[in-house]
Design a protein around this ligand. Structure first.
Ligand code: HEM
Length: 461
């Protein structure tokens, strides 16, 4: 897939050409970042390569680099201090523009800005803290049990499973249970298919002519089902065990007189932000464990089921997966003022592409960056701990709302599946697809077996 190029309104021309790195630098004004030659961009265009191929070339110039992708300059940023500067310390100077997602998510918390964003983030935040996500424990266990039952049947029959489909179903089932209080239905599965089409169609970066793919039919399918869920929640009492998210959204909307379709936008946001990201992370995790079965054994040996040591080991598996495959791999921002980022001048109007994928694989930061080494994340192992070296959930005020939810969700599924089953992929996909999220380029099928439980190793000391 050849990616589209960015062009965000308003079109701002870089009034002063950014000097090449070899140009004499004015001592008062830092030089612009090193620039990828135009011929390399044209060559990439002709080859129809993935955006990541071009970004890799730019990254080879340094942790801040410049590419003239469209009418406006684009800066690729992988430097930890620069990332901290843009995402965490100066988020108001580097807002999201969210063109890609607005057609899909309207004014939900992912795409909203200003006061509207603040109000929605405040409302949802309490559901997504470490403490807040506890209310979803039983939803996660019910959904995980369902997958474990399916894996048990496959282990009995010896037939390979589509674990991409499993992980997508699990992530949808969990978020649907969190929203509505009940599990995914046949209708909810239609949401999944429509979402799939939409997310595949959306360009990674905004297209130069502002043209958006026609998503009408698929959006209508999702809206119909989401609207029905909202109507049903309005007509039913709060579920036992406290309000499901949807009930809370409805209550807030009524009390605060939310405009038009904002409840629907918010539900769509949680479905989109919370489904594909977690599902792809889990698929990568099972793929990596299939290639490194010793890491599964090591995690199980770390301690008994339910204990802190085993939890930490499972957490390390997830963290290392997210290092290699930070599924939200590209975070675009818009520079509203002239600035200096990691020692380089960045002009107002520049698109800044913050790229966790390239930061996480930078050999200057991570030893043996291409290797799957979950031990990096257990105590006593060396890894860069400064902010901006590892940020699979973003940084700053717009960091992932659902990070704790996603981690709990992943850990719950691992508790059910890892001790009982091993998934051996039939064939590892050769490529990743770098779309809105990173996913294996093809669905992953795996044979499910019941290996011996490795003995728990007690550490003395
Ligand atoms: C492994 C799973 C996940 C990953 C890697 C992930 C990653 C991210 C990242 C990197 C951002 C920041 C985007 C940016 O700065 O431009 C983000 C934002 C967001 N995520 Fe997640 N996410 C995951 C799961 C979830 C889940 C489960 C939910 C909800 C249930 C969720 C809801 C959101 C929302 C609402 C935002 C927007 C926050 C805001 O702008 O205030 N995410 N996510």
């Amino acid at each position: 897939m050849s990616p589209s190029l960015p062009s965000e309104e308003p079109i701002v021309t870089a009034a002063d050409p950014v000097p090449s790195p070899s140009a004499p630098a004015d001592s008062a004004v830092p030089a612009g970042p090193p620039e990828l030659p135009a011929e390399q961009i044209q060559q990439w265009h002709r080859s129809g390569g993935e955006l990541i191929d071009l970004l890799r070339r730019a990254h080879a110039l340094g942790p801040v680099s410049l590419l003239q992708l469209g009418p406006k300059p684009t800066v690729l940023l992988t430097d930890p201090a620069g990332i901290q500067h843009v995402l965490a310390l100066n988020p108001d100077r580097y807002p999201k523009r969210s063109h890609r997602a607005r057609a899909l998510l309207g004014d939900g918390v992912l795409t909203a800005a200003g006061e509207l964003w603040k109000r929605q983030r405040r409302l949802l935040q309490s559901y997504f803290t470490v403490q807040g996500t506890r209310r979803f424990t039983s939803a996660m266990h019910d959904a995980a049990r369902h997958i474990a039952t399916q894996w048990s049947h496959s282990a009995d029959s010896g037939q390979a499973r589509d674990i991409t489909a499993d992980m997508r179903f699990y992530a949808l089932d969990v978020i649907w249970r969190a929203l509505t209080g009940h599990g995914a239905t046949a209708d909810t599965l239609r949401v999944l298919s429509a979402l799939d089409v939409i997310l595949t169609a959306l360009p990674v970066l905004p297209p130069p002519d502002g043209h958006q793919p026609d998503l009408g039919e698929h959006l209508a399918t999702i809206h119909h089902i989401v609207d029905a869920a909202i109507a049903e929640a309005r007509g039913t009492a709060t579920p036992p065990g406290g309000p499901a998210l949807l009930h809370s959204l409805i209550r807030a909307a009524d009390e605060q007189c939310w405009p038009g379709n904002l409840i629907r936008d918010e539900v769509m946001t949680l479905l989109v932000a919370g489904q594909e990201t977690t599902a792809n992370t889990l698929v990568w995790l099972f793929l990596l464990l299939g290639q490194h079965p010793d890491e599964r054994d090591r995690a199980l040996r770390a301690g008994p089921a339910g204990g802190a040591d085993r939890n930490r080991a499972f957490q390390a598996l997830v963290s290392e997966t997210l290092r290699l495959y930070p599924v939200a791999w590209l975070l675009p921002r818009h520079a509203t003022e002239d600035d200096v980022v990691a020692g380089h001048r960045v002009r107002a109007g520049t698109t800044v592409l913050v790229c966790p994928y390239l930061t996480h694989r930078d050999p200057a930061l991570w030893p043996e960056p291409e290797r799957f080494l979950p031990g990096r994340f257990t105590a006593g192992h060396d890894r860069p701990t400064r902010p901006g070296a590892y940020y699979p959930f973003g940084l700053g005020p717009r960091a992932c709302l659902g990070a704790q939810f996603a981690l709990r969700e992943a850990a719950t599924l691992l508790e059910y599946l890892l001790p009982a089953y091993a998934a051996t992929p039939d064939a590892a996909p050769e490529d990743a697809a770098y779309g809105i999220t990173i996913s294996p380029a093809t669905a992953v099928r795996a044979t499910i077996t019941r290996p011996e439980q490795p003995p728990v190793t007690r550490s003395c000391g």
